[in-house]
Design a binder for this molecule. Structure first.
Ligand SMILES: O=C(O)CCC(=O)C(=O)O
Length: 384
C-alpha cells in the first residue's frame, strides 16, 4: 500500500500514468459519465487564505482526494474537542439517568472516557455517533473561511452544507466503527452520482495507520459509476464494495492504488463522493475522533431521500449571507431515523434508507427492523 501524508504529488504520478490506460478503456465503454469528479471548475479570481495550489487541485480531481497539512487553525479544532467533551458528558448523564451505567467516568480524559463508557454500556460510542447533535463549534468549523475557500475551488462559489455529516467516535478495537470499502454515493440516492459533493475529513488528533486513519483507492472515481455494494458488513450497518467490484468496475489495482492517508492535527483530507475508501481499525489506546463534513452546489439534488435540505453557506449573490442552521438542528432524532422514540435514542442500532438500495446479503441486529422503517421513509418522501 502507498502512503500519503500531505503535499507530495510526485510519488503517485507514475502509478496514475499507468492507470490512465485502464480509464481510457472505460471512457469508451461508459460515456457519457459525470465529469464533475475529474474536471477542474473555473477558479476564483481572488486569492483567498487556505486555497489549494495547482498541484493539490490537480490531485483532487486526478486521484479523487488530497491531504492538506496545516490548513486549519488548531484553536477551531480545540474548540471542537471541547464540544465533543460536552457531548460525551451529556451521554454519560443520560446513560446514568436511564440506569444503563453505574459510573460516569468523569475522571477520564478526552481520548479515553468514551471507551470506558462503552465498556460499561456496549454501543455507547455508536449512540454518540448517531446522536447527530451539531454544536456551535462544529458549525464554526464547517463554515470557516479556509474550508469554504477550498470548497469554492472544487464546486464553485455557490456552496451549501450537505446534511450527511458525522462525528466519528472510533474507540480502540471496535468493528462497528471501522468503515469498510465504500463510495459515499452508495449511502445516497442514485442522483447524487451526478453531483460533486466535496467532503472534508478532519481528525481531532494526529490520525495515523495505528489509530485508524483512512485508506483511499486512488482514481476509483474516474469510471464515474457507483459499484454494486452489499449490505451489511459484519456486525455493522455499513455497505461494502466487494473486492471484485473494486478491481473490475472501478479499475483499482489493489497492489498500487491504495493510499494510506495519515492526517496530522490541523490537516484535512478532501475527497469526493465517488472515490472508494475505507478506514482502518483503531489499534491504539486512544479514541480516534474525527468529523466528516460535506458541501455541494445548493441548486442540485442532495440524494438524502427527501429527509433534509442543504444549508446555504456561501453565495456570490450576497457576500454577507447569514447561515440558517435550522435545518441541521432539526429535533435531536438521528438523521436517518426521523421519528425515533426518546428511549430508542440510547439504542446502538443504526438503520438507514441505503439498506434498500443494496442487496442485504448479511443480516444482523441493524438490518432487522429495516422493513418497519421502509414504510416511514417512503411515506416521508411522498409527503414532501
Ligand atoms: O472516519 C471514518 O472512519 C470513516 C469516514 C468515512 O468513511 C467517510 O467519511 O465517508
Amino acid at each position: 500500500m502507498g502512503r500519503e501524508s500531505g503535499r507530495n504529488p510526485s510519488k503517485i504520478r507514475k502509478v496514475e500514468d499507468e492507470a490512465k490506460d485502464r480509464y481510457a478503456y472505460l471512457k469508451i465503454k461508459q460515456d457519457p459519465r459525470p465529469d464533475v469528479y475529474t474536471k477542474i471548475p473555473p477558479q476564483p479570481k481572488e486569492k483567498k487564505p487556505g486555497q489549494l495550489n495547482e498541484g493539490e487541485l490537480e490531485q483532487y480531481f486526478e486521484r479523487g482526494f488530497v491531504v492538506v497539512n496545516n490548513l486549519l487553525d488548531t484553536s477551531l479544532l480545540d474548540k471542537a474537542r471541547e464540544a465533543v467533551n460536552r457531548l460525551v458528558d451529556d451521554l454519560a448523564n443520560r446513560l446514568f439517568d436511564a440506569g444503563k451505567i453505574k459510573n460516569k467516568h468523569e475522571d477520564k480524559g478526552f481520548f479515553e472516557r468514551l471507551t470506558y463508557l462503552d465498556k460499561e454500556f456496549p454501543g455507547a460510542a455508536i449512540v454518540l455517533l448517531k446522536g447527530g447533535v451539531l454544536p456551535k463549534e462544529f458549525k464554526d468549523l464547517w463554515s470557516c473561511d479556509v474550508l469554504l475557500n477550498v470548497v469554492e475551488q472544487l464546486i464553485g462559489p455557490e456552496i451549501a452544507g450537505h446534511p450527511l455529516w458525522n462525528l466519528r467516535t472510533k474507540i480502540p478495537e471496535n468493528e462497528e466503527l471501522t468503515v469498510p470499502w465504500h463510495q459515499d454515493n452508495a449511502y445516497l440516492e442514485p442522483c447524487s452520482l451526478e453531483v460533486l459533493q466535496a467532503t472534508a475529513w478532519i481528525p481531532l488528533l494526529d490520525a495515523n495507520e495505528k489509530n485508524g486513519c483512512m485508506v483511499m483507492a486512488s482514481g476509483g472515481h474516474k469510471p464515474g459509476t457507483t459499484a454494486t455494494h452489499k449490505c451489511c458488513s459484519g456486525g455493522t450497518w455499513y455497505v461494502e464494495i466487494p473486492e471484485v467490484e473494486l478491481t473490475d468496475k472501478l479499475c483499482i489495482d489493489m497492489k498500487k492504488d491504495l493510499i494510506v492517508c495519515e492526517v496530522p492535527y490541523g490537516g484535512v483530507l478532501f475527497l469526493n463522493n465517488a472515490i472508494p475508501h475505507k478506514s482502518l481499525q483503531n489499534h491504539s489506546d486512544k479514541i480516534r475522533y474525527s468529523l466528516d463534513l460535506r458541501w455541494q452546489r445548493p441548486d442540485l439534488p442532495n440524494g438524502f431521500y427527501g429527509m433534509r435540505e442543504n444549508v446555504l453557506m456561501r453565495t456570490d449573490k450576497d457576500p454577507n449571507h447569514k447561515i440558517n442552521w435550522e435545518n441541521m438542528d432539526a429535533p435531536a432524532a438521528y438523521k436517518w431515523q426521523p421519528d425515533e422514540a426518546e428511549e430508542d435514542k440510547l439504542s446502538p442500532t443504526v438503520i438507514g434508507p441505503w439498506m434498500h438500495r443494496w442487496e442485504i446479503v448479511h443480516h444482523n441486529r441493524h438490518t432487522k427492523p429495516v422493513n418497519d422503517y421502509r414504510t416511514k421513509w417512503e411515506n416521508k418522501k411522498t409527503k414532501d
